[in-house]
Ligand binder design. Structure first.
Ligand SMILES: Nc1ncnc2c1ncn2[C@@H]1O[C@H](COP(=O)(O)OP(=O)(O)O)[C@@H](O)[C@H]1O
Ligand SMILES: [Mg+2]
Length: 316
């Protein structure tokens, strides 16, 4: 007697990746990563350009073949059975090309026809993604935010339980980005599983239940935001504009300062004793004949974790 493998939903796992690799010539785009995504969670791949995010998600979507390793998606082997997988997932590609001369309604109708028009109606999708005003506009006339909302709407035409969103907000202004965050949180509330890639720390902090920081095809760390920050920092970050004539060595020598980093023209002192560190900083700046400008204190964020792991800031 054979026992059927439990469905993905029953095991609570939507994705299981083990030791996945993909190389282009000398470039190890994906260099032996392993992770699991639970049903109903938002999992993020956070990393700079070229980290290997798109290669990873496109392997999981069945669009690229891995060199080796395991990529199980909804209980289906994405490498061996991409055609079985595709109808069950939603995909918003980073480089999605929308038929520029078709209208919003026409493009949604077209994509729905690929899936036998099951799932949501075009009208429902237009309303839910706030595209009513634009339903008769050609896709080339859409703003960046409207275009991205349409790309995500198109990923939902087949009512998938698992949705891949590859850098859904890259290049959008802050308001459009926030409106897309609402869309993602809404999908999560509906119980869908989401694999999201981004190079925005704040986005990962707001949206992701768990995430992996990725660089050069590898995972540097993974876990919840709280775990990642807590693993690296019990310190507070004291930031100020760079001070001429005050070397890192003298900053590091300040009583209470654990380490010194630089971030976009600002200096960051990490300390467990903020008053003592600031006292020391004021004294050191005073000795250099100046005082710190734009002094702020904050809890460490993912930005600090990334800085500590890679030695560089992750910004646009
Ligand atoms: N089709 C391809 N041919 C050759 N190199 C590629 C290809 N796709 C990606 N790469 C390389 O693999 C690395 C990872 O790329 P990618 O997965 O697109 O990263 P990300 O999405 O994080 O920016 C980069 O060095 C990129 O140049
Ligand atoms: Mg990419």
């Amino acid at each position: 007697m054979t026992v059927a493998a439990p469905a993905a939903r029953e095991t609570g796992l939507a994705i299981r990746v083990h030791n996945l690799r993909k190389q282009y010539g000398e470039t190890r785009a994906v260099d032996g990563i392993s992770f699991e995504v639970r049903s109903g969670e938002v999992f993020g791949l956070l990393g700079p350009n070229g980290a290997g995010k798109t290669t990873t998600v496109e392997i999981l979507e069945g669009l690229r073949a891995a060199d080796s390793g395991e990529a199980m998606v909804l209980g289906i082997d994405a490498n061996r059975n991409p055609e079985t997988l595709k109808p069950r997932i939603g995909v918003a590609l980073q480089t999605a090309s929308l038929y520029p001369k078709l209208t919003v309604t026409e493009v949604l109708d077209l994509f729905r026809s690929f899936y036998g028009r099951r799932g949501h109606s075009t009208g429902e999708l237009i309303e839910r993604f706030d595209l009513t005003e634009k339903r008769t506009s050609q896709t080339r006339e859409l703003s960046g935010g409207q275009r991205q909302r349409l790309v995500v709407a198109l990923a939902l035409v087949n009512d998938p339980e698992l949705v891949f969103l590859d850098e859904p907000t890259t290049g959008l202004d802050p308001a459009a980005r926030r409106s897309l965050w609402e869309v993602v949180l809404d999908l999560k509330r509906q119980g869908r599983t989401i694999l999201l890639t981004t190079h925005y720390m704040e986005e990962a902090e707001v949206l992701c239940d768990r995430l992996a920081i990725m660089d050069h095809g590898r995972f540097l760390e993974s876990g919840t935001v709280k775990e990642l920050v807590g693993r690296h920092f019990q310190e507070r970050a004291v930031r100020f504009d760079r001070i001429h004539g005050l070397a890192d060595a003298s900053l590091a020598a300040i009583d209470g300062v654990v380490s010194v980093a630089h971030e976009n023209g600002e200096v960051v002192l990490y300390t467990r004793d903020v008053p003592r560190a600031i006292d020391g900083l004021l004294a050191a700046a005073g000795a250099a004949g100046t005082e710190p400008e734009n002094l702020t204190i904050r809890r460490p964020t993912l930005e600090d974790v990334f800085l500590a792991l890679t030695g560089r800031a992750l910004r646009d």
